[in-house]
Design a protein around this ligand. Sequence first.
Ligand code: YOG
Length: 135
Amino acid sequence: MPVSLCGSWDMVSNVNFEGYMTALGISLYTRKIALKLKHRKVIEQVGDRYVVKTLSTIRNYTFSFRANEEFQEFTKGLDDRHCKSLVAWEGNKLVCIQKGEKKNRGWAHWIEDDKLHLELHCEDQVCKQVFKRVV
Ligand code: YOG
């Protein structure tokens, strides 16, 4: 059984978020604002059902899913695209594949050194975010 990702987590680092946003076609103006944001991740799980909230001062993004079950994702308030997404455990990583207009799009979450790690990828860009537990 993989370790639980549940809880509230605050961003401590965010590497190449700029490249990731550019790959998603986010405008320069929005990127400049978004780069200054500290995200908070709130992850809840009941059985196989997950809710992942990404919170910031200007925008929040919430989505929920069942592991191993493809679902329609609409990235409302982010790049506003529709994807067919599938989230599944691969070893100790919770991995999401987001099939849609953008190639090679997805993310992975895992715990390492008591921190929540997130790797976001789109096309040839990889963004690496690390979060510490909110106490
Ligand atoms: O996380 O998908 O935890 O969905 C990526 C934003 C920035 C808005 C953040 C608001 C991509 C402007 C979500 C940021 C850039 C930029 C706070 C990361 C798009 C628009 C909401 C993400 C997964 C995994 C869960």
